[in-house]
Write a protein that binds this ligand. Structure first.
Ligand code: OSB
Ligand code: MG
Length: 373
């Protein structure tokens, strides 16, 4: 497959409701999409970098810079037969995993379409439906959180994750458990705590939680291992795992018993699958994280979640979870049993609504390979 044309397109979308985590509040999103063309086919992906460097050091602007000046030139006009070749082309660039992943994932979509197979099948996935969980941000009041949980459970979601931060933790969890004693419940701290908060974690340990996600530093492994030794509740790492090797080291040092896999965080679907395999070989279950994706990023997450060691419901919720407007023509819907069907068409298996895309576009840049108009 010759990479003939690459487009970087930024769209603006309003969240249905503000999404608050320990690192900030999102209301309005600016999202960078990557559209790759070759041999009459088109591949799509979504960069998960945020507007500001709060979840990780990358932003929409750093991703745009790295893509424009380094990653696009590394593959434009070249022939690519396998996705692993993209990973190899990007390897000289240190860091910037979200920028790399965006282009790599568009490449996977394009190559799957060229083979006429679904992305899930191309990845080696084994599921036709994926189990869906929901992530709920910090709310103004506990009553608001309880109402939201009730609403999502009624829709069928199989697992509830709530965001926590100092001051919004033990009391909130106690209140949830009072109203919902047995729901599969987990917490995500997004690195808001330190080992000095051990007493808080000891209390949280009593609430039958599925796991606590990323309690400590965003690049830490050592302190997480210290914390995990003192808790029954499994620790799940998100921010700290930037590569398959990070996963191996975290598991070997006892820093976690579960890993959240986001292709954007580890540099693409190829490294995401390697991380999945490393976890599987070591008996560590994984689940697919989310980054408030539109239908395009969601489609990639659904495909990734079909790999066999995605054994826990992920943060891959229905398309209507975050946005009123949709950029794919058949949005992902939750079945009453709390699963989402995996699209079977070629590539990501969903069609992009080009008219809607145009309407939402804030900025667009295109790159054309040599010997091609
Ligand atoms: O830590 O998993 C996270 C959203 C933005 C940044 C980081 C995270 C999240 C979520 C939402 O938890 C997951 C989703 O897309 O539903
Ligand atoms: Mg997280």
């Amino acid at each position: 497959m010759r990479i003939e044309h690459i487009e970087l397109r930024q769209i603006g979308l309003a969240l249905k409701a503000p999404f608050q985590t320990s690192f900030g509040v999102a209301r309005q999103r600016r999202i960078l999409l990557v559209i790759v063309e070759g041999e009459g086919l088109t591949g799509y992906s979504e960069c998960v970098a945020g507007e500001g460097p709060w979840y990780s050091s990358e932003t929409v602007e750093t991703a745009r810079h790295i893509l424009t000046d380094f990653l696009v030139p590394a593959i434009l006009g070249k022939s690519v037969a396998e996705p692993s070749e993209l990973t190899a082309c990007f390897a000289p660039v240190r860091g910037h995993n979200m920028a790399k992943a965006a282009l790599e994932m568009a490449g996977w979509d394009l190559l799957a379409r060229a083979k006429g197979v679904s992305l899930a099948h191309f990845l080696g996935g084994t599921r036709e439906r994926i189990e869906s969980g929901v992530s709920i941000g910090i709310q103004p009041r506990v009553e608001d959180l309880l109402a939201r949980i009730e609403g999502y459970l009624a829709q069928g979601y199989r697992r509830v994750k709530i965001k926590i931060q100092p001051g919004w933790d033990v009391d909130v969890v106690a209140e949830i458990r009072h109203h919902f004693p047995t729901i599969p419940l987990m917490l995500d701290a997004n690195s808001a705590y330190t080992l000095a908060d051990l007493p808080t974690f000891r209390e949280l340990d009593n609430y039958d939680l599925m796991m606590i996600e990323q309690p400590l530093g965003y690049e830490d492994i050592i302190d997480h291992a210290t914390l995990q030794r003192q808790l029954r509740t499994p620790i799940c790492l998100d921010e700290s795992i930037h590569s398959p090797e990070d996963g191996r080291k975290a598991i070997e040092s006892g820093a976690c018993r579960v890993i959240n896999i986001k292709a954007g965080r580890v540099g693409g679907l190829y490294p995401a699958r390697q991380l999945h395999d490393i976890c599987q070989e070591r008996g560590i279950p994984v689940w697919c994280g989310g980054m408030l994706e539109t239908g395009i990023g969601r489609a990639h997450n659904v495909a990734l979640s079909t790999l066999p060691n995605f054994r826990l419901p992920g943060d891959v919720s229905a398309s209507d979870r975050y946005y009123a407007q949709e950029i794919i023509t058949s949005p992902f819907r939750l079945s009453p049993d709390g699963t989402i069907p995996v699209p079977q068409g070629p590539g990501i298996g969903v069609e992009v609504d080009r008219a809607m895309l145009e309407r939402l576009t804030l900025h667009k840049e295109t790159f054309v390979g040599a010997n091609h108009r």
